[in-house]
Design a protein around this ligand. Structure first.
Ligand code: 5GP
Ligand code: MG
Length: 182
């Protein structure tokens, strides 16, 4: 197994590029089937979802649009964690069928905030597609309809996901070796 070092942490390869591509293609096929005739608007959540979004979109064959949003946490804290605000959304969501593209759903709090924020813009439907889901960490009730891969609770990097800004460039996914993180 190949091991990489990013800053002070070691990570070992856990999901191959080939497996990722296969599962991303499967999700694209499901979306093509389920959204034919609906002209969905994909909303890719930067930075983490950039690679997933690019690879997925190459397999989307139905008429669609894509746009990109960024979530920035700001100082306030609520009972469900840090408040995140949506930036960069210029599209009118009124009566649109929206498919959120995320890199990873962990506790689900980020996704819950995003759903609330987008829901206020009167879309017709909102669906969630995520590259990764940690099912054992999910804390809120979410209907995550499209999941490329379920993974254990350990911290991962690669394929768009970072450790302290680094490691997004790898075509495969790596899991942290020293699991002293909370
Ligand atoms: P949630 O709000 O679902 O708990 O957290 C989602 C966000 O936490 C993700 O968008 C991502 O930025 C970060 N995150 C959660 N788990 C991991 C992980 O294993 N690796 C990396 N790089 N980021 C993670
Ligand atoms: Mg994310």
């Amino acid at each position: 197994m190949s091991v990489i070092t990013i800053k002070d942490k070691r990570f070992s390869a856990s999901i191959s590029a080939e497996t990722i591509q296969k599962e991303v293609k499967r999700v694209a096929d499901e979306i093509n089937r389920d959204f034919a005739g609906k002209e969905p608007l994909f909303l890719s959540v930067l930075n983490g979802a950039f690679m997933f979004s690019a690879d997925l979109m190459k397999h989307i064959t139905i008429p669609c649009e894509i746009s990109f949003v960024k979530l920035a946490s700001y100082q306030g804290v609520t009972s469900t964690g840090r408040i995140k605000e949506v930036f960069g959304l210029n599209e009118d969501l009124t009566d649109r069928v929206v498919i959120i593209l995320e890199d990873i759903v962990d506790t689900g709090q980020t996704m819950q905030h995003l759903l609330e924020s987008l829901g206020a813009r009167h879309p017709k439907e909102i669906h969630i597609a995520t590259l990764l889901l940690k099912p054992d960490k999910l804390k809120v009730a979410l209907n995550v309809e499209y999941v490329a891969m379920n993974i254990p609770n350990d911290f991962i990097v690669g394929y768009g996901l970072d450790y302290d800004g680094m490691g997004r460039n790898y075509p495969e996914i790596y899991t942290i070796c020293d699991s002293d993180e909370s």
